[in-house]
Write a protein that binds this ligand. Structure first.
Ligand code: PGA
Length: 238
């Protein structure tokens, strides 16, 4: 199977004109592009991004109502999104997102028929297994076998994100096996084996392939996804 490559643009670029420029270069890659909300309308089937797949970087846990400033999963679905990143470490750090909030967002995303990309991973100095187990057990509460089919898990050690210091593929894949082991205890074995687990954290075109060779199902790319040429190389090399 072709590796699943996800571009997480974070809060970039500053203008629609720049966003369109970037779209135009990467639209043929078939990667999943997760731009900021104001650029999601480009995901309209008639627009630039039609060859790629569209995702959002977050969503709220209610579908509608008096929640000023929030964006609901059903709105994202209606705009053409297929995917949504949930629980990214930057949301946990800057917006105090807890595993309980992550769980509510996951349930709402499934309800809207989006495929959530759940981000988990330890901070510098933390024990990977303790953190990841806790994030999984709390984050996946009340999520059953049927919903699990659409879940993607991104192992992103926080210390490797945006630092230029990626986690070595041989270490990262140990974390992926640990994650799969936990899934095997929570879900039916086949599903646990088939759940896509991708890696994120300072991936560039030189190392992208190493993670796929090690056994990852794809990559979540932040910084390098803003450089169209480099991102195309990542997709090609992976
Ligand atoms: P990075 O970000 O590639 O810039 O390290 C990855 C992410 O935050 O998903």
């Amino acid at each position: 199977m072709r590796p699943l490559i996800v571009a997480n643009w974070k809060c970039n670029p500053k203008s629609l004109a720049e966003a369109k420029k970037l779209f135009n270069v990467i639209k043929k890659t078939k990667a999943i592009i997760c731009p900021p909300y104001p650029y999601l309308h480009m995901g309209n089937p008639k627009s630039e991004i039609r060859n790629s797949k569209l995702g959002a970087q977050d969503c709220f846990w209610e579908q509608e109502g008096a929640f000023t400033g929030e964006i609901s999963p059903k709105m994202l679905k209606d705009l053409g999104c297929k995917y949504v990143i949930i629980g990214h470490s930057e949301r946990r750090k800057y917006f105090n997102e807890t595993d309980e909030m992550v769980n509510k967002k996951l349930l709402a995303a499934f309800e809207a028929r989006l495929k959530p990309i759940l981000c988990i991973g330890e901070k510098e100095g933390e024990e990977m297994d303790l953190v990841v187990k806790n994030q999984l057990l709390k984050g996946l509460k009340n999520i059953g076998n049927i919903q699990m089919r659409d879940l993607i898990i991104a192992y992103e050690p926080v210390w490797a994100i945006g630092t230029g210091n990626p986690c070595k593929p041989e270490d990262a894949i140990k974390a992926a096996s640990f994650i799969r082991n936990i899934l095997t205890k929570l879900y039916n074995k086949k599903l646990a084996e088939e759940t896509l687990i991708i890696y994120g954290g300072s991936v560039d075109s030189k190392i992208a392939r190493d993670y796929i060779k090690a056994g990852f199902d794809g990559l979540l790319v932040g910084g390098a996804s803003l450089n169209a040429k480099e991102f195309r190389k990542i997709v090609k090399n992976a």
